[in-house]
Design a protein around this ligand. Structure first.
Ligand SMILES: Cc1ncc(COP(=O)(O)O)c(C=O)c1O
Length: 395
């Protein structure tokens, strides 16, 4: 039984094995599904991908789901389908992964950052309004940690200025907002199925939309921008022609089989993530200086991250907290270094550190604690004990 002294200060760690902040959960159910797909006629994009897309579309409650190779390529396809191009500006949040902005950059458009609402840690509709110019073509909000952004407020801004909205819902698969799935809102939403996400296909992503024209464009771009059935060539079955610069973002039937098997376990994943978040909420409620995640606003989110904010009263700063948790063998991570700190944003668009006060305040303290469906009760206890031990050390 380790003593009370944190490992960072010469004590023994709360556990011997490193606990990752995120992880996939794979059982025989997934393994059997993938082997079955491997034994089928298709191993590239085939009927299992169609089935996976149908299941996701039905679950989200939209007409179309278009599977792609990652959340990043899903974002690229949405930017192209939206028609973003050089000269356009697209407003997004600084507190996100770089790929969110690539729905704009990959198309030659400029990503314009706007500050966040510090409660939700997502794009603030009023801050978006301040950034709108005659060149603004779209908005890309991100549902941080799985909690929905201010969907209504952001759709209002989009309506006022006739903007395309692309929801980066990489964190939010499986959650609901006002009883509809997060991702069902117009114009398009994208998911990531990277192993730390709410379900996984190894690598993978999906675009969902109700718009028939956007869906057709997304599908064609995903596969070489190829018209496989051009008018006037009905009797020439070989006649397939590229209409523009498309991509090979096709996913395989093996990945889709994995995705379908993960969907079978979605309720189990949600229940476990909810339980872990609830146990953390309870354990940390009375620790001064440790701000627990915001109450969900009109939502039942699938908790992707459990991101706390370490404040002065806790006794140490975030850097010390992260290193001390790592010394306890508890994997924690910071989501995210704001985009305007990245050399690319500074060199390409002239951003500098300190530009967005609310993002700064959140970034200073934010840390994601381990949260994934494979965590045991003992794992949760280890995280709680490590946090309590650090707090006791500094108080
Ligand atoms: C918010 C957000 N957007 C985009 C991505 C990119 O997804 P992927 O890793 O599947 O390309 C991620 C995943 O890391 C993410 O967390």
């Amino acid at each position: 039984m380790p003593g009370k002294q944190p490992a960072h200060y010469r004590g023994d760690p709360v556990r011997e094995e490193v606990l990752g902040y995120g992880s996939q959960s794979i059982t025989d159910h997934e393994k059997e599904a993938v082997v079955e797909a491997l034994e089928g006629d298709y191993i590239t994009r085939g009927p299992t991908v169609d089935e996976f897309e149908r299941r996701v579309a039905d679950l989200v409650g939209v007409e179309h789901a278009v599977a792609t190779t990652s959340g990043t390529t899903a974002l690229h396809l949405t930017g192209r389908a939206a028609g973003f191009e050089a000269g356009d500006e697209v407003i997004t949040t600084p507190l996100t992964f770089a790929s969110t902005s690539h729905a704009a950059t990959y198309c030659g458009a400029e990503p314009v950052l706007a500050d966040i609402d510090p409660h939700r840690r997502t794009l603030d509709p009023d801050a978006v309004r301040e950034q709108i110019t005659e060149d603004t073509a779209g908005i890309i909000p991100m549902h941080y940690a799985g909690h929905p952004a201010d969907i209504e407020g952001l759709l209002d801004v989009a309506d006022e200025h006739d903007l395309t909205v692309i929801w980066d819902a990489c964190h939010a698969f499986g959650g609901t907002w006002r009883d509809e799935a997060i991702g069902a809102q117009r114009d398009m939403a994208i998911f990531s199925f990277h192993p730390v996400k709410n379900i996984t296909t190894g690598e993978g992503g999906m675009v969902v939309t109700d718009d028939d024209d956007l869906a057709e464009r997304l599908r064609q771009l995903r596969s070489f921008d190829m018209d496989y059935d051009p008018a006037g060539h009905e009797s020439e079955p070989w006649y397939q022609v590229t209409e523009g610069i498309g991509y090979n973002y096709n996913v395989t039937d093996m990945q889709a089989a994995l995705g379908l098997a993960q969907l079978d376990r979605l309720d189990e994943f949600k229940q476990r993530r909810d339980e872990i978040a609830a146990r953390y909420d309870e354990a940390f409620a009375d620790i001064p200086g440790l701000r627990t995640p915001p109450e969900p606003v009109e939502a039942d989110p699938m908790y992707h991250l459990y991101a706390v904010e370490v404040r002065e009263e806790f006794g140490c700063d975030r850097e010390e907290f992260v290193n001390a948790m790592h010394a306890e063998n508890i994997g924690v991570q910071v989501h995210y270094v704001p985009l305007y700190y990245h050399p690319f944003f500074q060199e390409e668009y002239g951003y500098t550190e300190g530009m967005f006060p609310e993002t700064e305040r959140v970034y200073e303290g934010v840390v994601s604690l381990p949260l994934h469906a494979e965590m045991s009760d003992d794992d949760i206890d280890d995280v709680v004990r490590a946090v309590e031990r650090l707090h006791a050390h500094w108080n």
